[in-house]
Design a protein around this ligand. Structure first.
Ligand code: HAM
Length: 410
């Protein structure tokens, strides 16, 4: 039997109403904050992610699904949404429309990671990108938008971890300090981090290895190295965040696994123990240099992405109940024509309707109607057909009434 690829899942009809619910709430919040939807292809040139996400990131180094097109161009399934949205922003000159551009997206992303609970090879993100604003107000607005989504979904046990990781001016000094510090612990670092010391020492702060974690706990912290502009930006953001009244901690070791961030970075973690090891529900930050790095105009930007599968774990008590207005039951083959006509008329009037195509026993047809969550069933038997009528039974009250076929067909 052929199966899905490891780490990839079908979303079944029994689960879909939860997805629709999350998408609906997010779309309502995006509308409240004046974001417009953008949809980009799932396949992009590999160069976009190499230049956009960063050559030395785990994502680009070892997690992308990359293959050659027929003309030998290297293509990759998108591992994240920011680089494609930035590409679309530049290619379609969206910067000409308005001083600021606010976009959101929902879609599947692909990363060849080791699958476990909350970590998949095909997963969904709902994210937003805010282009053209330097002010910490944009950072605060993004954080406020996220907290609104989480609150409307009634998610409780979460905490924002907020940091600044400086800019091109001040971060090199911090990287140097980290490199010096970790070099003194070189032999105790994992093999991967020993290599990271040269390529990107910030990434050691993100390592899950217990020894590396322990060493990282006493490492220098970014706030002692940031320039005045980054420091002021961070302080002003925190003042605005205090106004929103969200559960947050300042964590100077949130560095994130993508290269494009400057100044604000943040993550939201679930702290109720439901998600286990993969408890980061979402992440984001500022990426002021990315648009120009991908050949667009100098543009400041900030954004975030939620992992939808992780979010859904936290929504278990949302009812999955689907319903249908009518199930039409022809009691014999002769009534099938009329069942079809009645169902068609009701559908055109806007009702949700299904017909049992088996014309089996009444008992099994009623069982099926119950399973579909039918509010009413329409029964058409021999006598009814003769009298141009049908019986409508309310499934909740069991009340029955005889109705005229002509009334519904007209
Ligand atoms: P990210 O932290 O790589 O950021 O991913 C965001 C979220 O996607 C994570 O917090 C997690 O919930 C979910 N996620 C990531 N990998 C997996 C996986 N393998 N399985 C299930 N869920 C996963 C970004 O992707 C940035 N583009 C966010 C951003 C937008 N920054 C600025 N704008």
């Amino acid at each position: 039997m052929l199966k899905t690829i490891a780490g990839m899942k079908d979303i079944l009809p029994s689960e879909i109403s939860q997805w629709h619910y999350v998408e609906k709430i997010c779309m309502e919040v995006f509308k409240n904050f004046n974001y417009k939807e953008i949809r980009t292809p799932i396949l992009e040139m590999t160069a976009l992610f190499k230049r956009g996400v960063g050559e030395t990131t785990d994502i680009v180094e070892k997690e992308m699904y990359t293959f050659e097109d027929r003309d030998k161009t290297s293509l990759s399934l998108r591992p994240e949404g920011t680089a494609p949205v930035v590409r679309a922003y530049i290619q379609n000159k969206l910067f000409n429309d308005q001083p600021v551009t606010k976009l959101y997206y929902m879609g599947e992303m692909y990363r060849h990671e080791r699958p476990q609970k909350g970590r998949y090879r095909a997963f969904h993100q709902i994210g937003a990108e805010y282009f053209g604003a330097t002010s910490p107000l944009a950072d605060a607005e993004i954080i406020s938008l996220i907290s609104e989504i989480l609150n409307r979904l009634d998610i409780k046990s979460y905490v924002f971890y907020i940091n600044t990781i400086g800019c091109q001016e001040c971060r090199p000094k911090y990287k140097e300090a980290l490199k010096n510090y970790f070099s003194n612990h070189f032999d105790n670092l994992c093999e991967h981090c020993q290599k990271r010391l040269d390529t990107n020492p910030l990434r050691v702060l993100d390592c899950k290895n217990s020894k590396c974690k322990e060493i990282a706990e006493s490492s220098p912290i970014i706030i002692d190295y940031v320039c005045d502009t980054c420091k002021t930006h961070h302080e002003e953001l925190i003042k605005l965040v205090d106004f929103i009244k969200i559960p947050y901690k300042i964590d100077y070791r949130i560095v994130r696994g993508l290269d494009y961030y400057v100044r604000t970075t943040f993550e939201v973690k679930e702290e109720g123990g439901i998600l286990g090891a993969q408890n980061t529900i979402l992440g984001g930050g500022r990426y002021n240099g990315l648009v120009s790095q991908l050949d667009g105009p100098e543009t400041e930007a900030i954004g975030f992405a939620i992992g939808v599968e992780r979010l859904l774990y936290l929504l278990e008590n949302i009812s999955n109940s689907e319903y249908i207005d009518y199930v039409v039951i022809p009691l014999g083959k002769e009534q099938i024509d009329m069942a079809f006509k009645i169902a068609t008329s009701l559908r055109i009037k806007g009702f949700s309707v299904d017909i049992d195509p088996r014309s089996g026993s009444l008992k099994s047809q009623m069982r099926w109607a119950n399973k579909l969550g039918a509010k009413s069933v329409i029964l058409i038997g021999e006598n009814e057909l003769k009298n141009s009528s049908y019986i409508e039974k309310n499934m909740e009250t069991s009340e029955q009434k005889v109705c005229s076929i002509n009334d519904v067909l007209n």
